[in-house]
Design a protein. Structure first.
Length: 404
């Protein structure tokens, strides 16, 4: 007989719950733990409200929002618990370890959250599918799920290198392939014993962002040097650097989403990638653009045009120092084949729509509490956030010395 419980094991104000599986076998007690993807606040979890199983209400409270929240949490944790116990009952206990438990939790989110997959993710999956189909044609042999092992990895990587793909593209797609295979295993399909141990290192990527002084250079561009289209793109670039949102979100901003509370301007929207409801304060730089445009945001343009225009804007602003980075380059014109090439370029050449989010995170790091920054950028953990802005252990150690 196995039992499952959930623990809050973080010092942060919000964190994913930790799941613990406990069971007894041959007079020996076993305990394994793994992290879920279900996030709650520390304050909420400590209150530890108890639901009356008969009335389905929280004991000792009549607050509707609190009752609904507790029911939501209780229902989700019950689903996870049932999934883990069902998986436990269908496997030999000798196979159970921490990795097995984490895999079952991952499988839960693949199976029960598949309807939440965004269109952008579906497109990525199709790209990988087509790439695997080309690889099959190249090797003249069908790829079977049970054959995804170390030999497959080496052969697939060799093929991608021949096709001039970047190291991080290969690493990312191996992760996707493993995820697909783990889901297949959950559905009862045979997978190779080496599947979980397949790894491919990521290459170090330069973190390109616009500094505060560079943003000032952009702001000071004389209007007669820009066409209306470039002026529009310039304003979007500044907005992105002071709101920290993805292009799929900020390009949909409208004045209807703005509300004023206690004299503070806030914008409320739903993130396209995560479906999270967001409320983000508007920086004075953003308010200045709105004032210039009579309370309206710039007009929306396509991602491709935005990427092209902001490169021109940054070039006009004189952001042309030579830095190391990577950019998409047409390497086979006849086949219209683009690949990322690493080299030394003028900085404006490396500017893309993503630079706003990273600029916000980097420029405000150390000035705004990291917890608040993570809320705005949407990173799951502080570790992911610090990696995103390129903070190493040495960087953090040097920053700690400021407190000595």
């Amino acid at each position: 007989m196995a039992t499952v419980n959930f623990l809050y094991r973080s010092i942060k104000d919000k964190a994913n719950l930790h799941l613990r599986l406990l069971y007894r076998c041959n007079d020996t007690d076993f305990v394994f733990g793994a992290n879920t993807q279900f996030e709650v606040s520390k304050g909420y979890w400590k209150e530890n409200h108890v639901i009356d199983k008969k009335t389905k209400k929280i004991k000792g409270t009549k607050e509707v929002s609190l009752i609904n929240k507790r029911l939501e949490v209780s229902n989700e944790l019950s689903k996870i618990e049932n999934h883990i116990l069902k998986s436990f009952n269908g496997v030999n206990t000798s196979e159970i370890n921490k990795q097995w438990l984490q895999t079952q939790i991952d499988n839960y989110y693949i199976e029960y959250r598949k309807h939440e997959i965004q269109e952008t993710s579906r497109r990525k999956f199709k790209v990988i599918k087509h790439k695997l189909q080309r690889f099959e044609a190249y090797r003249k042999k069908q790829i079977l799920i049970k054959d995804i092992n170390d030999s497959f990895k080496n052969e697939f990587v060799a093929y991608l290198k021949k096709e001039l793909y970047a190291q991080n593209t290969m690493q990312r797609e191996l992760v996707f392939i493993k995820t697909f295979c783990k889901h297949a295993r959950f559905l009862g399909i045979e997978t190779h014993p080496q599947l979980d141990s397949l790894r491919l290192d990521r290459a170090k990527v330069e973190k390109i962002y616009l500094t505060v002084s560079e943003l000032e250079q952009i702001e000071k561009i004389e209007k007669n040097k820009l066409t209306d289209s470039l002026e529009n793109a310039k304003d979007w670039l500044i907005i992105s650097c002071y709101t920290g949102q993805r292009v799929s979100d900020f390009m949909r901003f409208t004045d209807d989403q703005i509300r004023i509370e206690d004299g503070k301007h806030l914008i409320e929207f739903t993130q396209k990638k995560t479906s999270k409801n967001m409320t983000v304060p508007l920086h004075p730089k953003v308010l200045a653009i709105l004032e210039k445009r009579e309370g309206k945001f710039p007009y929306s343009i396509s991602d491709q045009k935005y990427n092209d225009y902001i490169k021109v804007v940054c070039e006009i602003a004189g952001i042309n120092q030579l830095i190391k980075g990577s950019k998409k380059t047409l390497i086979k014109p006849q086949e219209k084949m683009f690949r990322k090439e690493t080299g030394t370029y003028k900085k404006f050449e490396l500017v893309t729509s993503h630079i706003g989010r990273r600029s916000f995170a980097t420029n405000f790091y150390g000035k705004i509490p990291t917890t608040y920054l993570i809320y705005v950028t949407g990173h799951s953990t502080e570790t992911m956030f610090l990696n995103y802005i390129g903070k190493s252990n040495k960087d953090l150690a040097m920053e700690i010395t400021n407190y000595f």
